[in-house]
Design a protein around this ligand. Structure first.
Ligand code: APR
Ligand code: MG
Length: 195
């Protein structure tokens, strides 16, 4: 499988005209509810099932008509998630990291945006009416942020799925750095600390 190498944004932006830029966003919101009345959900974190059968984040290629990376990203969010994305804008301040896939000459920029739970629920509700629904996007999923008593159900089982590009690494880094997981879950995941 092709490797994705993390690069600084300045290095990514200096790559030159032979490279295509893509942008993807993790949308999340605090969710105070408890599963089965006892397991805190903590946050609702959105990913999507893609046309290729892999999990990834909404977003896509930035076009020549887009005046900046974020214009391309917000246009892609509208196409893939629908009209509820018009209630907010993912900005440069939401930027987190860039990864290059050198063989394909693609650089993927990653963002994370905190929404209200109402905004996130509106995205979920309107997503089936989005232009790309049923085509490039097969459905939204929430990421389970807990570990069940068997030690595998929840986030460990979710991480066994197939992910596009750097999506798994981007997810794990965001969950840790944005403190979306509780410390006990991080300790039990036995993943390398990627901060
Ligand atoms: N991390 C790194 N790379 C990613 C990630 C990620 N989380 N998500 C996607 N990519 C890569 C994909 O492999 C793809 O090469 O970024 C590129 C663009 O992302 P997509 O969301 O797949 O692109 P999009 O513009 O939404 O549309 C898909 O791409 O392959 C073509 O013909 C296909 O028209 C389709 C389009
Ligand atoms: Mg896409």
């Amino acid at each position: 499988m092709e490797g994705n190498r993390k690069v600084e944004l300045s290095e990514a932006l200096a790559l030159g005209p032979g490279w295509r830029h893509a942008c993807h966003a993790l949308l999340y919101a605090p969710d105070p509810r408890k599963l089965f009345g006892r397991i805190p959900l903590r946050f609702a974190v959105l990913m999507q099932m893609r046309f290729d059968g892999r999990l990834g984040f909404p977003g896509g290629f930035v076009d020549a008509q887009d005046s900046c990376l974020e214009d391309g990203l917000n246009r892609e969010l509208l196409e893939e998630l629908g009209e509820a994305t018009s209630a907010f804008r993912v900005e440069r301040s939401d930027y987190r990291s860039s990864h290059i896939a050198a063989r394909r000459r693609v650089v993927a920029h990653f963002y994370a945006k905190r929404l209200t739970l109402e905004q996130l629920q509106a995205v979920e509700a309107r997503a089936p009416q989005a232009k790309d629904h049923g085509l490039e996007v097969l459905g939204l999923v929430r990421v389970p942020l807990y570990i069940l008593r068997d030690g595998e159900g929840g986030l460990p089982a979710f991480l066994e799925n197939s992910f596009i590009g750097a999506a798994r690494e981007q997810l794990l880094e965001a969950l840790q750095v944005l403190e979306l997981l509780d410390p006990g879950t991080i300790a039990n995941l036995k993943i390398p600390d990627c901060r």
